[in-house]
Design a protein around this ligand. Structure first.
Ligand SMILES: [Zn+2]
Length: 348
């Protein structure tokens, strides 16, 4: 018997059948998706739930012993704690793993993560020692060498840092910028070099590596080196604005100011000269125009990383956020003048 409206030979019947099939397949897919999502969520809950009982080293040890497969999951959990900033918990996990894992590759991984976590938690000496242990198992490890370099710099262990830099260079890493800063620190911190020789070497260094100007010029002002003004030019003044703003009045140099309009702007904004009437730098311009209402405004500084965009209240040659070197840019900020702020670099 023919269907009253459409017969199976009718093209309309074929279209309806096709639509019906599409509907059934789509609905089945939808149900399968829901089931999968539920199942994944249950698995994740089960995974995290298995660690809820682990509140101390003993519990974590129990987990490793009960199931060797748990090592991978614990590594994952350690990295979750590390990324979320719970370094104490991450360290607990890595220490337990270190005690219980014998496989070399895995131990390298655990030592690296433990060293990184100690670094983030501020335990620099422990971090250094753990990373050195990791390098004993695998010396050609650029990731570990890079972190160790940062730590040795912070600990001012510059000679060891130079060795690490050499190792990185041997592995084909570009270390030119890092080396230029490290060489400057080696000279500055070497107590065996007389000041006169030190200054001579630093002048040579800053001429060859202008991006090290901030640390070197600051050091030369600190040493009250009278020829420091010879090193200051129109190119590096914007990077040294914070240092020049904070020098003692007695350290101002009229001859240098005469040659460099930007220096005149800085010293006019400070109220030490009256030779500049305006500035292209907005903050200096405002301060110059406020000169008749002396000492109501001042400058403070912040340092923005051009790489990771984080902002810091003090200058670092290496960004504390992304660990890149020479990425911080000096940014002036207009602030209210505080009369007590008379801490000048180089003394009154
Ligand atoms: Zn950065």
């Amino acid at each position: 018997m023919d269907f009253p409206l459409v017969s199976y030979r009718d093209p309309l019947f074929s279209v309806l059948m096709l639509l019906a099939i599409i509907f059934v397949v789509s609905y089945a897919n939808y149900l399968w998706g829901r089931y999968k999502k539920k199942s994944e969520s249950k698995n994740l809950d089960r995974f995290l739930g298995s660690f809820e009982v682990a509140k101390n080293e003993k519990d974590y040890t129990g987990l490793v012993h009960s199931n060797p497969e748990a090592i991978h999951s614990m590594m994952l959990l350690g990295s979750i704690y590390y990324k979320s900033g719970d370094y104490e918990e991450a360290i607990k996990i890595y220490l337990v793993l270190l005690d219980n894992v014998k496989e070399k590759e895995r131990r390298i991984e655990i030592l690296s993560m433990l060293g990184k976590t100690y670094h983030k938690a501020g335990f620099l000496h422990r971090s250094r020692d753990i990373l050195k242990e990791s390098l004993k198992l695998k010396a050609r490890n650029p990731e570990v060498l890079k972190i160790l370099l940062v730590i040795l710099e912070r600990l001012k262990e510059y000679n060891d840092a130079v060795d690490v830099l050499d190792a990185l260079e041997e592995l084909g890493e570009s270390v030119t910028l890092e080396r230029s800063f490290l060489d400057a620190f080696v000279i500055i911190e070497d107590a065996r070099i007389r000041d006169a020789v030190k200054i001579e070497r630093l002048i040579e260094h800053v001429n060859e590596h202008p991006h090290t100007a901030h640390i070197i010029i600051e050091f030369l002002f600190f040493k009250s080196y009278d020829k420091v003004w010879d090193l200051i030019d129109a190119r590096n003044i914007p990077f040294l604005l914070d240092i020049l703003w904070n020098i003692a009045p007695k350290n101002m140099d009229n001859d240098a100011a005469e040659k460099l309009p930007l220096l005149q702007e800085i010293f006019t904004a400070k109220g030490w000269l009256n030779t500049a009437s305006e500035s292209q730098t907005f903050e200096l311009d405002v301060l110059i125009k406020l000169q008749d209402k002396k000492q109501i405004a001042d400058l403070s500084f912040e340092y923005a990383c051009g790489s990771c965009k984080q902002v810091f209240p003090i200058y670092f040659h290496r960004c504390p956020g992304c660990l890149n070197v020479a990425t911080l840019k000096t940014e002036p900020i207009l602030t209210r003048h505080i009369p007590e702020s008379e801490l000048f670099l180089g003394g009154m």
